[in-house]
Design a protein around this ligand. Structure first.
Ligand code: PL3
Ligand code: FE2
Ligand code: FE2
Length: 241
């Protein structure tokens, strides 16, 4: 679409939000909290995975260490704007997903653990950071781009592991999708308004997440129709207000 067409179809472009304004910084503290707590949890999940899959222990500890660095880098993005992450809210939002991970870990459901961390959380991160890039401030932009490259590696680890054992794990993968996708989308729902405030479109993000996640399910061995059904059932109930 040319710029003329976009004006004709959607009116004047929205003014870009001012990252120094109080309203932006207030919204950013909650978004940044979700990102920092999500990265910290990813670090813990990879360390638990390293214990559960000792043959890949060193690799999984390396991925976990990357997550720890991501958390510190995003704390820096907040600090650059004079914002502290709202970690209390974010911990509350991530609690159901983390509890599901712990349940899978305790019951030795490795496929469940890998779907939660490497497929769901990482697709969520890739979709979110891609959507944030065009509206990121000049300090956060290169940091987000570098983190994005790492997240692809995390997604890839889980895809390879699950793909290699697809017949044995297909049922467990479908089951954890049904319980973990709705609680993940509720996190997004809780910060949808804050995302709009910093210039992001939460519906676009849900669309991008679904596409990436569906693609991951196909990569590990589901048919396109099965993957669509699994995602659609879990997403249909979530409204972004
Ligand atoms: C896995 O490596 C990390 C998981 C973190 C998940 C983050 C999801 C963020 C949702 C909405 C915010 C996107 C904007 C990013 C701004 C720093
Ligand atoms: Fe990360
Ligand atoms: Fe990651």
């Amino acid at each position: 679409m040319t710029s003329l067409q976009s004006v004709a179809f959607s009116g004047a472009p929205a003014p870009s939000p001012d990252p120094t304004s109080p309203v932006y910084r207030d919204a950013y503290s909650r978004i940044n909290g979700v990102v920092v707590v999500g990265e910290g949890l990813a670090d813990r999940h990879f360390r638990l995975l390293a214990r559960a899959i000792p043959e890949d222990g060193a690799e999984l500890l390396r991925l976990g260490a990357m997550e720890g660095r991501h958390a510190r880098d995003f704390i820096g993005c907040g600090a650059n704007l004079g914002v502290r992450p709202d970690a209390a809210l974010a911990k509350q939002l991530f609690a159901p997903l983390h509890a599901l991970f712990q349940e899978c870990d305790r019951s030795r459901d490795l496929a469940g653990c890998l779907v939660i961390q490497c497929l769901i959380v990482e697709c969520f991160a890739v979709a979110a950071y891609r959507a944030y890039l065009p509206v990121a401030d000049a300090y956060a932009q290169p940091i987000t781009a570098a983190v994005l490259a790492d997240e692809a590696e995390h997604l890839n680890y889980g895809e390879q592991w699950l793909q290699g054992r697809f017949a044995e794990v297909a049922e467990a993968v479908a089951a954890i999708c049904r319980s973990a996708l709705p609680v993940t989308l509720q996190i997004l729902q809780a910060v949808a308004e804050d995302m709009r405030t910093i210039g992001m479109d939460p519906s676009d993000l849900v669309g991008a997440f679904c596409e990436l996640f569906e693609q991951s399910l196909v990569t590990i061995g589901f048919s396109g129709a099965e993957a669509r059904r699994l995602v659609f059932r879990s997403v249909a109930a979530v409204s972004l207000g």
